[in-house]
Design a protein around this ligand. Structure first.
Ligand code: NAG
Ligand code: NAG
Length: 307
């Protein structure tokens, strides 16, 4: 297959691109910088240099006309900086796909990344991939993202798959890297939320495998939402205790969030996904975050140049 990965050097996008290359697919990767382009080329990924917010410059008919799959894995910081950018990229993709593909070609597959905030924040109710939480129970800033996700999912012109990753760990660390950064300083680790919280985690390599399987079986599983998390949650208290033990941090404490994003970082939802397993045969194989915390902490230190 020919696949374009948007955000190909990112925390999710790079492992996804590598997994696709390893499985024999032809991969194009969008990146902003020339030095990252060389990194992609070294990985046998064909770089396309461009800004996410200017899709008309890189979603060209000559490229889109040849693709089977487009995976949008652009980083959250890019999307939050310009919430309209996702809409622009989606509209451009629709237009260019309609112009550049023969009418009888199978629909272009579009794998779009959102997140588990769509599952709300109820620490008692067990939810799964397909649970729809009423809008009024979601944090305000999540609502526009959920509406956009649903518009993208239900547009009939593309074969769409949504992946909602949870707390991704491994290598350079993502959201959980802030815990590592605090631990490394030897301070008291501060965490939003309250004791008893749980996290839906997933290793970046396991998540990459979910994207790969979804891309390969896209003609069978289009129209579905997959929760990209392991099927058992991890205790935040366990994680913090272990991190203190291995890092020399002074201890940890829970603090009050000062804005909705910090509050969301402390949410607990108990997610038991099943669609990845039943439809794609997906099974996370990595050790959990807490079980191999030392390896993940060392890997983060090495990849952030602070070992
Ligand atoms: C998924 O969650 C919904 C709503 O909570 C529930 O009705 C449904 O039975 C669940 N599906 C599975 C397979 O557990
Ligand atoms: C995933 O959950 C299973 C239990 O369902 C557990 O045995 C395994 O260690 C977990 N793996 C990860 C990566 O958390």
């Amino acid at each position: 297959m020919r696949v374009l990965v948007i955000g190909a050097t990112g925390f999710i996008g790079l492992p996804v691109s590598q997994a696709l290359v390893r499985s024999g697919h032809v991969v194009y990767g969008l990146t902003r910088k020339a030095d990252k382009a060389r990194q992609l080329q070294a990985e046998e990924i064909t770089p396309i240099i461009g800004e996410y917010v200017e899709p008309a410059k890189w979603l060209t008919p000559s490229l889109v006309g040849t693709l089977d799959v487009v995976i949008n894995a652009v980083g959250a910081e890019v999307r939050l900086a310009d919430p309209e950018a996702d809409v622009r990229v989606f509209k451009t993709l629709l237009e260019v796909a309609q112009q550049s593909r023969p009418t009888h070609a199978p629909k272009l597959t579009h794998i779009f990344t959102t997140g588990t905030l769509a599952y709300g924040q109820d620490p008692r109710e067990v939810v799964n991939d397909t649970t729809a939480i009423p809008l009024e129970k979601l944090a305000d800033f999540v609502k526009p993202f959920l509406n956009l996700e649903q518009d993208i999912l239900h547009n009939p012109a593309l074969n769409t798959i949504i992946i909602r990753p949870g707390f991704v760990y491994g290598r350079s660390g993502s959201l959980l890297a802030s815990l590592f950064a605090q631990a490394k300083e030897g301070n008291t680790i501060k965490r939003y939320g309250a004791p008893g919280g749980r996290l839906n985690t997933v290793h970046t390599d396991d998540l990459a495998n979910l994207y790969l399987l979804a891309a390969e079986k896209a003609q069978l599983v289009g129209g579905n939402i997959f929760a990209g998390v392991n099927d058992s949650t991890e205790s935040v208290d366990d994680i913090l205790q272990s991190l203190v033990a291995i890092s020399g941090a002074k201890g940890y404490e829970y603090v009050e969030p000062t804005n909705p994003f910090e509050a969301a970082a402390g949410f607990t939802n108990i997610l038991r996904p099943y669609l990845g397993r039943t439809l794609l045969g997906w099974r996370p194989v990595k050790a959990s975050f807490v079980d191999h915390l030392q390896i993940y902490f060392d890997s983060w230190k090495a990849s952030s140049g602070t070992a």
